[in-house]
Design a protein around this ligand. Structure first.
Ligand SMILES: [Zn+2]
Length: 413
C-alpha cells in the first residue's frame, strides 16, 4: 500500500464514482464505484478503490467528491470555431425554401463566411471566436479541434491557424488544429478547381506544416466541393509532409469519400449520412473513426441518417462532435450533441459519451493521452452533480458541472 503513487499525489479526489470510459474496465461507462483518483504533475497518477486507501497518509490536497461522478474531460473533435460574421440571414433563406446547394451555388454558404473571415485581422478574429470556445469549455469541453477553411488563400489559412493556436492562451482548453484549405473553391479560382487544389498541395500544406501550425489535414469530398480524385491529391500532399488526414465525407451524397479516406489511413471520416456498407467496411479495416455530427443533420433537416447499425456491427469507433460553424451548426454545445446523437441517431447515452471522450480522442490521434480516466493520461476531468452518467445525454440545459479540472488544476470557465 505504501508503494502506491497515490501517496505522492498533488491532489486526490476521494469517495468518487468514476465513469472511466476505459474499455479495460468491463462495466458500462467503465464505471468504478467508490474509488479514489490522484493527480501528480498534471497527469492521472493513481486510481484505487477506497477500501485500499489509508486516507490519513495522503500527502496532497484531499477533495471529498461525496459520491459524485467523475468523467474524462469532453473532447469536441470537429469544429469550425474560428470564423468571422454569421449566417443567420442565410438560415432564414433556407427556412423559406432554398437548399444548402442552392445557397452555395449563389456564392453564399461557405464563401459568405470566407469574405467575413478575410476581412478580420488576427486580433479581431480571435475576439470574434473566443465566446464560442468559452461556451464549449464552460460545459465541460477540455479539448477542441479547430479547422481553418474560411481563408482559402495562403495568408488567410495561416492566419486562421495562428488564431486557432493562440485562442487557447485565454482559456483552459487544449486545441488541436486542422488545415481545411480544401473546403470549397474560392472565387479567385472559380471554374478552376484543379488549380486551387494545386495551390493547396504545393503551397498551403507545405507552409502550414513548416510553421508547425497544423496537426492534421481535412477536406470536403462532395459534389459541391471536391471530387475523390482531387481529394486524393490533397491527402497525398498531406502525407508527404507527415500529416494525418481526415475528411468531410458522404454528407449530402455518396462520393466514396470515406473509402478514399480509409485508403489513406485517415484519423476520421465525418458526417457519413450517405455512407454505404462498402464505406463502413473500409473504415473498419483502416481503424478510422466515424465522426457523427447531429447538429448539422438537424440544422439542414437532412432526410437520411448515418448508418449507425452498420457502423456498430462492423465495430467502427463512433465519435460525436458539434461541427460548430456559422452556416449549418451554429451550436456551441457538445452536451446538446450528446442528446441529439441519442434522439436523432439512436446512440445510447453510453455510446454518445464514448463519442465525446474515448473515440473523440482517437479521432484526433490523441488516444494515448486523452479520452479516458486511466493512469498516465492527462488529468483533464469533470466532477458532475448527477446521479448517473446517462443524465449527460438525457438532460439538457441544466448546468451540472461541479468542478472542471484541466491538467490537474481547477479551471472553471
Ligand atoms: Zn465540418
Amino acid at each position: 500500500m505504501s508503494d502506491s503513487p497515490l501517496y505522492s499525489c498533488d491532489r486526490v479526489w476521494i469517495n468518487a464514482r468514476l465513469a472511466t470510459m476505459d474499455t479495460a474496465v468491463p462495466a458500462l461507462y467503465g464505471a468504478l464505484d467508490d474509488h479514489v483518483i490522484g493527480v501528480r504533475s498534471g497527469k492521472i497518477a493513481a486510481i484505487e478503490p477506497m477500501e485500499r486507501v489509508a486516507i490519513d497518509r495522503l500527502n496532497g490536497t484531499v477533495i471529498d467528491a461525496g459520491g459524485a461522478w467523475i468523467t474524462p474531460g469532453l473532447i469536441d473533435c470537429h469544429t469550425h470555431t474560428v470564423y468571422g460574421g454569421n449566417r443567420a440571414k442565410e438560415i432564414e433563406m433556407r427556412l423559406c425554401g432554398a437548399s444548402y446547394e442552392d445557397i452555395a451555388r449563389q456564392g453564399g454558404g461557405i464563401l459568405a463566411t470566407v469574405r467575413a473571415t478575410r476581412a478580420l485581422d488576427e486580433e479581431q478574429l480571435r475576439r470574434a471566436s473566443l465566446p464560442r470556445l468559452r461556451a464549449l469549455a464552460a460545459e465541460g469541453v477540455t479539448t477542441v479541434e479547430i479547422k481553418s477553411g474560411y481563408g482559402l488563400t495562403l495568408a488567410d489559412e495561416l492566419k486562421m491557424l495562428r488564431v486557432a493556436r493562440r485562442i487557447a492562451d485565454d482559456a483552459p482548453v487544449r486545441i488541436s488544429t486542422t488545415l481545411l484549405a480544401a473546403h470549397t473553391v474560392p472565387w479567385e479560382y472559380a471554374g478552376r478547381p484543379d488549380d486551387y487544389i494545386e495551390l493547396v498541395c504545393n503551397q498551403i500544406i507545405p507552409a502550414a506544416a513548416a510553421k508547425h501550425l497544423v496537426d492534421a489535414v481535412d477536406l470536403f469530398c462532395e459534389r459541391i466541393a471536391f471530387s475523390p480524385e482531387q481529394c486524393a491529391r490533397v491527402f497525398a500532399a498531406a502525407q508527404n509532409h507527415g500529416l494525418r488526414v481526415k475528411a468531410h465525407a458522404e454528407q449530402l451524397s455518396n462520393q466514396g469519400g470515406a473509402r478514399l479516406a480509409a485508403r489513406f489511413s485517415a484519423l476520421s471520416a465525418d458526417h457519413l449520412e450517405y455512407l454505404d456498407q462498402s464505406g463502413v467496411d473500409a473504415l473498419a479495416a483502416s481503424g478510422t473513426v466515424a465522426v457523427l455530427l447531429p447538429g448539422a443533420f438537424y440544422f439542414l433537416r437532412e432526410p437520411q441518417k448515418p448508418p449507425v447499425d452498420l457502423l456498430r456491427a462492423a465495430g467502427v469507433p463512433i465519435a460525436v462532435a458539434s461541427d460548430l460553424n456559422p452556416g449549418t451548426s451554429p451550436l456551441a454545445s457538445l452536451r446538446l450533441m450528446l442528446n441529439m446523437a441519442c434522439t436523432l441517431f439512436g446512440l445510447t447515452p453510453e455510446e454518445s459519451l464514448a463519442g465525446a471522450t474515448r473515440h473523440a480522442a482517437q479521432a484526433l490521434g490523441l488516444a494515448e493521452n486523452l479520452g479516458t480516466l486511466a493512469v498516465g493520461k492527462e488529468a483533464d476531468f469533470l466532477v458532475w452533480d448527477i446521479e448517473h452518467p446517462a443524465e449527460l445525454a438525457c438532460e439538457f440545459g441544466v448546468p451540472r458541472l461541479r468542478q472542471r479540472v484541466f491538467q490537474g488544476r481547477d479551471a472553471t470557465v
